[in-house]
Design a protein around this ligand. Structure first.
Ligand code: PLP
Length: 431
């Protein structure tokens, strides 16, 4: 059994997030409950920023807010000096309301609506990451009408295999994201942009996948991208100033996950980039990276209350919790790994094989199958670890179940940063 960053067990055998007893948090705020460790989030932000500063003259760490976006997260990430990726009008709106500086906002997405493009231009976001020629033409026209020039980057498919799960693999030519590199589409788009009056191409972007554990795919992607920079310089005499290598840094969900230390990661990739640029006589561009999961994933723990337990002999033991795929759809979507622990007896031996199931009317509503926990009883508090990324942000009201509250823990204090939804919230748009 491993514990995520920021977690420990006290003398009473209770699981702590920083110095807050999770059993008391469950009592005070109710369950299901998303618990975030503020100091873990800040520590992760600093780890990335520091190593980027050490490795490059000019760099920016951008938090991919699709992993977790709410006002307080935007404030914390801003306070740490990071940039912010958004992929929708809703994420952009949240960032604006949180007072996030718009020049550090990067707008992504493969099919931004006209309204979203307008909103991005009106908000003066730092960069719009253009996904395809349709969007490029529309943006050029919109910017022209508004009398502005849009700073843009292109999303490129570098064709690098990130050795990861099929569903979260996004670097290949058969991907809905971006311009393909191997068939010349990306280069042609750069060339085409020189004819457009209202956009200014500052660089290229790639994101090769998620939950990546080693530096090889990043190095491969960086080299492929930089080769294109050289070609663009030679043939079009254009020097691109930004290079965004995306996110995807792996985190620990289960004991056997072994992600590479991020600062070591940065260092290796940086050496390759500096060598490549000096051999090919190009300036090292500003390097951007976009961790999402690696900033907030391990900082999150979800607390549930155990309900009924169904032991089906020689088959499996179902342990029901008062949440499920509504607050964490990742097992239902792609069999994501998670570790669980009974928070009120966190020091007890985990010798019981449990299939943790939610309360939705869906057989696939599982959090984890055949995982080891201490023998559970009705009323226990079950904690699922490393749920800070893609849980709240992917949550739904399936079965009209209200979304849980989120609390932010800082040492021995906990504050609500997202209120629990009520039944009235559930019907608020019904007519
Ligand atoms: C999802 C995504 C990220 C973040 O991925 P993580 O695995 O959470 O680090 C970064 N950039 C882009 C473009 C993405 O789509």
């Amino acid at each position: 059994m491993f514990l995520s960053e920021g977690l420990s067990i006290n003398k009473a055998g209770h699981l702590l997030v920083e110095n807050c007893d999770t059993v008391e948090l469950a009592e005070k705020f109710g369950t299901p409950l998303y618990v975030m460790s503020e100091n873990t989030i800040r520590k992760n932000c600093r780890l990335f920023s520091k190593s980027m500063k050490q490795n490059y003259k000019n760099s920016l760490v951008i938090f991919a807010s699709k992993a977790l976006n709410c006002l307080e997260i935007c404030r914390i990430v801003n306070d740490e000096g990071l940039g912010l990726d958004v992929v929708s009008g809703g994420e952009l709106y949240t960032a604006k309301k949180a007072g996030f500086p718009m020049d550090r906002v990067f707008f992504h997405g493969n099919n931004k609506t006209s309204d979203e493009l307008k909103m991005a231009l009106e908000s003066k976001v730092g960069r719009i990451i253009v996904d395809n020629v349709f969007e490029l033409d529309e943006l050029d026209e919109l910017a022209g009408k508004m009398g502005v020039k849009a700073d843009i980057m292109f999303r490129i498919k570098p064709g690098v295999d990130a050795h990861t799960h099929d569903f979260v693999k996004t670097g290949q030519i058969d991907s809905k994201f971006g311009f393909a590199l191997e068939n010349g589409e990306a280069f042609e788009a750069v060339k085409y942009t020189t004819k457009l009056k209202n956009v200014n191409l500052t660089g290229l972007h790639c994101h090769i996948g998620s939950q990546i554990f080693d530096d090889e795919p990043f190095i491969a992607a960086a080299e492929v991208m930089l080769k294109l920079y050289v070609k663009i310089k030679k043939e079009l005499n254009i020097t691109l100033s930004d290079l965004n290598l995306g996110g995807g840094f792996g985190i620990k969900y289960i004991e056997s996950d072994d992600p590479m230390a991020y600062d070591k990661f940065m260092n290796t990739v940086s050496n390759v980039i500096h060598d490549f640029c000096s051999v090919n006589s190009i300036d090292v561009p500003r390097i951007l990276i976009e961790p999402g999961r690696a900033i907030v994933g391990e900082a999150g723990t979800t607390l549930y209350t155990v309900g009924a337990i169904k032991e089906i002999e020689n088959i499996r033991n179902y342990v029901f919790v008062n949440g499920g795929m509504g607050d964490n759809p990742r097992y239902a979507l792609y069999n994501a790994d998670y570790s669980a622990i009974i928070a009120n007896k966190a020091d007890a031996t985990a010798d019981y094989t449990a299939t943790i199931a939610g309360k939705c009317c869906e057989s696939g509503d599982l959090i984890q199958e055949d995982t080891k926990i201490a023998k559970p009883e009705k009323g226990d508090i079950l904690a699922v670890l490393s749920t800070g990324a893609y849980n709240y942000s992917m949550s739904s009201n399936y079965n009209r179940i209200p979304r849980p509250a989120m609390v932010m823990v800082n040492e021995d204090k906990a504050r609500v940063v997202i209120k629990r939804e009520t039944y009235d919230d559930i019907i608020k748009n019904d007519i």
